[in-house]
Design a protein around this ligand. Structure first.
Ligand SMILES: NC(=O)c1ccc[n+]([C@@H]2O[C@H](COP(=O)([O-])OP(=O)(O)OC[C@H]3O[C@@H](n4cnc5c(N)ncnc54)[C@H](OP(=O)(O)O)[C@@H]3O)[C@@H](O)[C@H]2O)c1
Length: 241
């Protein structure tokens, strides 16, 4: 994708990886819109990044997604890049009493939202790039987050199909595959063990400049290119079998 002169919508872009992408894209001469549920987090992001456009939106249901799409069509017609980044990660056991509700919440934001938004944005004429944020856990699951890993495996697969389907329309489909990074994903402190987002972002922009459409880093680089034996070994190590 070209790295400047775009108008980019980043879902969940007021914190973590999405915010770091927004910052870098703005510095490179793009207009950036971010959305999320928490108004205070959106306001904080806008205060840190002059020029950032924020829209409060809850993407867990169809109404919130449709409203976001309408707002973009009305106020930001020239948006040409959709980044499906918003996600949640639920640490839980399948036997937990509230498991089904938490699983549904996770499926709604991690699976249904990117599928629905992508479907709607295909009617948006300027669309030239769809970027989906998956995870190294798509390839080797962490059993403590059983539904999360499944959602990312789904999104990896969907992204591959989308890339094939949209080639004839000249719409580029990029997959961002982060390894564990230090954000608030899953709850404050759960990712404190992981490296900062900055090194990942540095590498993302080098890989985008090189024209890659599957963007990996460290663990996710190894996982994407691994065979069954390496995946089995990674699974056993991660889950301490
Ligand atoms: N950090 C990691 O280790 C890691 C590794 C691999 C992949 N990823 C992926 O990277 C993406 C970004 O995660 P992150 O690590 O940057 O964590 P994060 O800071 O928690 O970002 C997630 C964002 O999604 C938004 N969001 C969640 N539910 C939403 C909803 N219903 N409607 C609208 N927005 C919603 C959140 O904003 P609100 O809460 O304000 O709505 C938040 O800004 C996720 O897809 C995650 O799965 C992260």
């Amino acid at each position: 994708m070209k790295l400047s002169g775009n108008k980019i919508l980043i879902t969940g872009g007021a914190s973590g990886i999405g915010f770091a992408l927004a910052e870098r894209f703005i510095n490179k001469g793009n207009a950036v819109i971010v959305c999320g549920r928490r108004k205070d987090v959106l306001d904080e992001a806008a205060a840190k990044l002059p020029g950032l456009i924020t829209i409060q939106a809850d993407l867990s249901g169809p109404e919130g997604r449709e409203e976001l799409y309408r707002k973009v069509q009305m106020d930001h017609k020239d948006t040409n890049v959709l980044i499906n980044n918003a996600g949640i990660q639920q640490w839980m056991k399948v036997s937990d009493e509230n498991f089904i509700q938490r699983a549904k919440d996770e499926l709604a934001i991690n699976v249904e939202a990117p599928v629905h938004l992508t479907h709607m944005f295909l009617d948006h004429e300027p669309l030239s790039v769809v970027m989906n944020v998956t995870s190294g856990l798509a390839f080797s699951p962490l059993a403590k987050t059983p539904v999360y890993c499944g959602t990312k495996a789904f999104l990896h697969s969907f992204t591959q199909s989308l890339r094939h389907i949209l080639r004839e329309r000249n719409i580029e489909v990029i997959e961002l595959i982060p390894p564990a990074l230090n954000t608030d994903l899953g709850g404050k402190g759960l990712h404190d063990f992981a490296p900062p987002v900055s090194g990942f972002i540095e590498s993302v922009f080098e890989q985008l400049a090189a024209g890659k459409n599957e963007i990996t880093y460290q663990f996710s680089e190894v996982m994407l290119n691994s065979g069954p034996e390496e995946r089995k070994a990674a699974f056993e190590k991660m889950n301490q079998l």
